[in-house]
Design a protein. Structure first.
Length: 289
């Protein structure tokens, strides 16, 4: 095999690898570039298009990549990460704009991300927004957080609606009308849904939107004191149904066409309570791939 054929074959391997990695969301962006490769003095052209990277006739390039055949071989064999070759070792010389370098990164980087996230009720990670005595942990609900982390999930902490709309010590509790409270919760929920949509659009799995049962705000299957919080009644018994923040999240998600999001609640853990192991096992089952 002569030198030219060897380099061309390696570039073909790299092009195929790149096309496999271009995610749906990246394809949607209208990124059109001519890339000129110079490998040991042999020149090849690629055209990056929304549908992938193709071989191209010579054209004025926006991106120039230069390296030796040995470097290209190491990149193809994954012995040398593409971006290390550009940014750290300098084995691959790049000419082009910074934004194009970022785009190339998304195409060529080895993706170690699990691309699975959960959206979690705020106070599971920060118990300081709970009411005093409402939780068994000083800082975070450690067993649940460990369970989530051990499942390889990224955790997105949702805002605490009661903190942000009623105050850290919930001092405005009972002062806002239902419509004022819902408007405040809805604003927060809109931002959460925007984030969920971005993850979904980029091909990540939103494995769970985890509320806290039986919160009047963040309960998913059970609530307690929702009527009291909304100024409707004084019934503090547990009831089936979602809390106000989760209701707003569900309604905005449905309006944005995000159907079938995996909402579920985990019961808060009170001091001295049993049944924690079973709760965590249920979470693991829900989140198993
Ligand atoms: S359940 Fe929701 S509203 Fe209540 S403290 Fe936790 S995050 Fe805040």
């Amino acid at each position: 095999m002569n030198q030219k054929t060897a380099s061309t074959d390696l570039l073909e391997c790299l092009r195929h690898m790149a096309n496999q990695r271009i995610t749906a969301s990246r394809k949607k962006h209208n990124w059109q570039r001519i890339i000129r490769w110079k490998v040991d003095g042999i020149t090849s052209f690629w055209k990056a298009t929304p549908s992938g990277i193709q071989n191209s006739e010579p054209e004025q390039p926006q991106i120039v990549l230069r390296c030796t055949r040995r470097t290209l071989e190491k990149i193809v064999r994954r012995e040398l990460p593409f971006f290390i070759a550009i940014w750290a070792t300098g084995d691959l010389q790049y000419q082009g704009s910074f934004s194009d370098a970022m785009r190339l990164g998304y195409i060529f980087l080895t993706d170690n991300r699990g691309r699975r996230v959960v959206f979690l009720a705020h106070c599971f990670l920060n118990t300081n927004t709970r009411f005093p005595g409402g939780c068994a942990f000083e800082g975070a609900t450690v067993p649940l957080i460990e369970t989530l982390l051990n499942s390889g999930l990224g955790i997105v902490q949702m805002p605490c609606p009661e903190f942000l709309c009623l105050g850290l010590e919930k001092e405005k509790f009972g002062e806002l009308s239902e419509s004022e409270l819902r408007a405040c919760f809805r604003k927060l929920a809109e931002d959460v849904v925007r984030q969920i949509a971005a993850y979904v659009e980029c091909g990540h799995e939103v494995a769970g939107i985890i509320g806290m049962n039986p919160s009047p705000s963040c309960g998913v299957e059970i609530t307690k004191g929702k009527g009291t919080m909304l100024g409707k009644d004084r019934d503090a018994s547990e009831k089936d149904g979602s809390g106000v923040f989760i209701e707003e999240l569900k309604s905005i998600a449905a309006e944005r066409g995000l159907a079938d999001l995996p909402f579920f609640g985990v019961r808060r853990i009170l001091p001295g309570e049993g049944g924690i192991k079973q709760r965590l096992e249920a979470v693991q089952r829900r989140l198993a791939k």
